[in-house]
Design a binder for this molecule. Structure first.
Ligand SMILES: [Zn+2]
Length: 486
């Protein structure tokens, strides 16, 4: 027992560093945390930080050039011995060549070069996985050289003297030394001090001209506060929306509406002014960056905050949460970039599912993801009739029973009652025979179910091919009925 902490922590480090990241031993959980730190007043230290950013880029570009020249040589001569695309092999090669490539290498931590090479290895494996069908989602292109203008300044430290100081203000990084956090580091420092957490790695990055240190930490599960939901037997259905951030329908019959923060919209006039200023500046220049940074930062923080509030509310209250499988790529395609940016990006919907998932896991809440093709806002919850209404209408009318319902609340109820094994809705609608719709586009759905119409084209979900816009809902329903009868 005396050595337990040490043995456990070593094994945690060991297993996490073997690149899988999945094998966290029981009793431990890996979490991330991020602090904004001040740019050092000492100009030498500040330039040392910039030097690290540059060093990472140099190593990345060097390794990419190496890989490319190997590929070319291999094409000409099949016997050519290429460096393999692993961190170890490339790092070894770097150590042999660094005196010629970067005679100044000693100025920076070796982690800076290692971090660049590791990033390239990841990019290459992403490309080859995508090419060989081992990776889902959008196709990944081949790695490209990083330019100072476009690449985000960052560097990751995996080993070396990294620590959170007792004063709960300073974060120490290898070679660079102490950086002063703008925020108290208590939330992680107290666990580290008591040996209940291990620092796995730290990333120093620059965004909006500001410096951030983000760390991956393995924490003993018994010290992470895990609140259990107040209503463990209540199930909630969440309809994410653009009109309001979310509409929650729970199995007690309550409907809760989370308003949209719409950070970009509220700052739209300000954005216009900034936009005019930007047009006079050179993209990528310091002036451009400064002009853009403030507004961007503001909206990112508002988004993040609203998603945190919503997910916290859900896991603090419900034992089971049903959510939609939003196809953001398809929504972006069908809405156009501008509209998408102003509504979906604005609400930060992309961050909802990952945030909810990790919080739910900690609190023991079940998350059920509803089938992507479930037409949650096209079926009347009470009678399973087809809902009619204008494209962005807030209220819809049921074709069968002529009742007017709130679109979001109705969708929330449908999502709440959806289940993989017994789609309750379909059972209830066994007698309902859907008929093909007339060709008016007016009854199609808005943002929430865009995936019904255009998502099909991008979806890799085999066997679920959508035909035209008009019969999409019908075949949808048929599929569900078929599923239920089986
Ligand atoms: Zn109805």
């Amino acid at each position: 027992e005396q050595y337990r902490a040490a043995v456990e922590s070593v094994s945690v480090l060991f297993r996490l560093c073997d690149d899988t990241g999945e094998q966290v031993p029981s009793g431990w959980t890996v979490t991330g945390t991020s602090f904004e730190v001040e740019w050092p007043k000492d100009p030498q230290k500040a330039s040392l930080i910039r030097s690290h950013f540059g060093a990472r880029r140099v190593a990345y570009n060097w390794a990419l050039a190496k890989v490319k020249s190997d590929m070319d040589a291999k094409q000409k001569n099949a016997d050519h011995l290429s460096t393999s695309w692993t961190l170890e092999a490339l790092r070894k090669q770097w150590n042999q060549e660094k005196n010629e490539v970067a005679p100044w290498w000693g100025e920076n931590s070796k982690e800076a070069y290692s971090s660049g090479i590791a990033d390239l290895v990841q990019a290459l494996s992403g490309w080859s996985d995508s090419k060989n069908g081992r990776r889902r989602g959008r196709k990944v292109g081949f790695a490209r050289f990083k330019s100072k203008r476009k690449d985000q300044n960052r560097v990751r430290f995996m080993t070396g003297a990294m620590r959170f100081e007792e004063d709960r203000r300073s974060i120490v990084l290898p070679t660079i030394g102490a950086l002063r956090s703008k925020e108290n580091t208590r939330r992680i420092q107290r666990h580290l001090a008591k040996n209940n957490a291990r620092l796995l790695n730290c990333t120093l990055s620059e965004r909006w001209g500001r410096l951030f240190v983000s760390c991956q930490v393995a924490v003993r599960t018994n010290v992470t506060s895990s609140r259990t939901p107040s209503k463990p037997n209540v199930r909630a259905g969440v309809d994410l929306g653009l009109r309001s951030l979310a509409t929650i329908a729970d199995s007690d019959g309550n409907i809760e509406v989370f308003p949209n923060p719409a950070p970009l919209r509220t700052t739209l006039t300000e954005r216009r002014r900034v936009g005019r200023a930007l047009s006079r500046r050179i993209p990528g220049s310091n002036g451009y960056r400064r002009a853009k940074a403030k507004l961007d930062r503001k909206s990112v923080y508002i988004r993040r905050e609203s998603i945190h509030q919503l997910t916290r509310y859900l896991v603090d209250n419900y034992g089971e949460v049903h959510i939609e499988d939003l196809n953001l790529a398809a929504m972006r395609q069908s809405m156009g970039r501008r509209a998408f940016r102003r509504s979906v990006s604005d609400a930060g919907l992309g961050g909802f599912r990952p945030t909810l998932t990790y919080k739910a896991k900690r609190a023991g809440v079940t998350v059920v993801v509803v089938d992507r093709f479930f037409p949650s806002s096209q079926i009347h919850h009470d009678c399973s009739g087809r809902l009619m209404g204008a494209k962005l209408a807030k209220r819809l009318t049921c074709e069968t029973c002529d009742v007017e319902v709130d679109r979001d609340a109705n969708a929330g109820l449908n999502i709440r009652d959806w289940s993989v094994t017994s789609p309750g809705l379909v059972e209830a609608s066994a007698l309902f025979v859907p008929r093909p719709l007339s060709g008016t586009g007016g009854s199609s759905d808005d943002g929430l179910t865009y995936h019904l119409e255009r998502g099909c084209k991008t979806s890799s979900n085999a066997g679920r091919t959508r035909r035209g816009k008009n019969d999409s809902w019908t075949s949808e329903h048929e599929n569900l009925v078929k599923g239920a009868s089986l």
